[in-house]
Design a protein around this ligand. Structure first.
Ligand SMILES: *Cc1c(COP(=O)(O)O)cnc(C)c1O
Length: 452
């Protein structure tokens, strides 16, 4: 009898989580609060009320450990949750490693990533409070397609500012957003003051998440019927993503072995938080030596090379100040294919945990990530999103290290999405056309500028 190539751990429908897990309740030290940019005093709920519904503002500052998931939200989750968890026996064999590699697969959602986990409750709470229209930004198009799907589920209109480089590289993400019923425009656009001022400076700007956020915020602030929705970074977004890790805790119990290391790619930090926080709960309670690794692109390394300080969440500087690992809100990330990882900052909650030494971080260039992605595709049969390939690279390196040390190790990573809309990126990789762009610290950027 041959050994199995893969094992799948599936939960029954009634094992769909009933609550979100709020890590704020278990922290040894509370995370620093957001500040008003003028007074530098902690902001109150009224500062966020023009942008978000009260239910989400409440979750943003909540200290309650478990927050109930509303039944209409669970009902939409049932389209794709609980999501499967696999043991990557094919990949293990190819790597000839004693390590056991598991992955939680979020690509089964309507948008093909973890993003609907928060888009769905965000659309629900907005509708509950009478909001009729949502505005947002999208990088690779994943968040835009998630929010447009969620808006359609709850009968809301939706306007998306899509980072220009992705708008051009990923036309089918744009089509998907339009199919779900939202309207979408390339950012920087001429529709907002923020977009017009960037275009005046640089008409060929490839855009960035920071710029697109400024545009969406301006749209929401200037229209009575419109609120804003953010796809990562904020506490309530990370909170919603904990459905991933809660299911994974249960599935690793079914697999019969707890992970030694939990890995996720990190752009704003939400899918990493989603898989990690429910496992971190055990570590915070004491006793667990589990490791947690956030993986970021070498060209946009906010955790490994950014400063930990208060900064704006957007490029123009309209948000409250957030204490986070940041490359500076004027940082313009290189146009790498992992569009969802091109953000200058990192979630305040992730930054705080990193500062406390509870999680680790590594950074990789895009070529080595695509190499791991292709090996994963050939052995496991799923073509990963370029963002997720960063987590795969780190998992493969952990497995290789285990082989070299002759060590049995259990590795779990989050496969945050599939890459079936990213085939142009795979074409470029396979043709040898991808460049690795290293991060330049601000002083180096000035030196280069001075010698030109
Ligand atoms: C958006 C996205 C990411 C990065 O966002 P996080 O908030 O860091 O999770 C990662 N993977 C995929 C597939 C994405 O769509």
């Amino acid at each position: 009898m041959s050994t199995p190539r893969q094992r799948r751990f599936i939960l029954a429908e009634d094992e769909l989580p009933t609550h979100y897990y709020n890590i704020a309740a278990d922290l040894p030290v509370p995370a620093p609060p957001p500040l008003h940019p003028a007074t530098r005093e902690p902001i109150g709920p009224e500062a966020l009320a023009p942008l978000f519904p009260m239910a989400l503002i409440g979750q943003e500052v909540s200290q309650e450990r478990l927050i109930e998931i509303p039944e209409p939200v669970r009902d939409v989750y049932r389209i794709y949750r609980p999501s499967p968890l696999y043991r990557a026996l094919g990949l293990e064999r190819a790597l000839d490693t004693p390590a056991h590699i598991y992955y939680k697969y979020e690509g089964v959602s309507p948008a093909g990533s973890h993003k609907p986990n928060t888009a769905i409750p965000q659309a629900f709470y907005n509708r509950e409070e009478g909001v009729r229209r949502l505005a947002t930004e999208t990088g690779a198009g994943q968040w835009g397609s998630a929010l447009s799907f969620a808006a359609a589920q709850f009968g809301l209109e939706c306007k998306i500012f899509m980072v220009k480089v992705s708008f051009l590289q990923k036309p089918y993400r744009r089509s998907m957003i339009q199919t779900f019923g939202a309207s979408v425009v390339a950012s920087p656009s001429s529709e907002t003051n923020a977009g017009r001022s960037i275009l005046a400076e640089d008409p060929d700007s490839p855009g960035s998440l920071g710029i697109a956020i400024s545009e969406a915020l301006e749209e929401a602030a200037s229209r009575e019927d419109t609120k804003y929705a953010l796809g990562s970074v904020l506490n309530h977004v990370l909170l919603h993503q904990t459905v991933i890790g809660q299911e994974a805790v249960r599935q690793m119990e079914l697999a019969g072995e707890p992970p030694d290391v939990v890995i996720g790619c990190a752009g704003g930090g939400s899918n990493f938080a989603g898989i990690a926080f429910p496992f971190l709960a055990a570590k915070l309670a004491g006793g667990s030596r589990m490791r947690f690794v956030a993986v970021e692109p070498a060209s946009c390394p906010s955790l490994t090379q950014g400063e930990y300080r208060y900064d704006f969440g957007d490029t123009v500087g309209t948000t409250p100040l957030l204490k986070m690992h940041t490359l500076g809100n004027d940082f313009r990330p290189a146009p790498i294919h992992a569009g969802g990882l091109r953000y200058h900052g990192m979630a305040p909650m992730i930054s705080h945990l990193y500062d406390l030494g509870l999680i680790e971080a590594v950074a990789y260039g895009q070529n080595t990530c695509f190499e791991a992605a292709v090996q994963f595709a050939r052995t496991e049969g799923i073509i990963p999103a370029p963002e997720s390939s960063h987590a795969i690279r780190a998992a493969v390196d952990e497995a290789i290290a285990a082989r070299e040390a002759g060590e049995e190790k259990v590795i779990l990573f989050n496969l945050s999405g599939h890459g079936y809309f990213d085939m142009a990126a795979y074409d470029a990789y396979l043709a040898g056309d991808l460049t690795d762009v290293d991060y330049q610290a601000p002083q180096e950027r000035e030196l280069v500028g001075a010698t030109r």
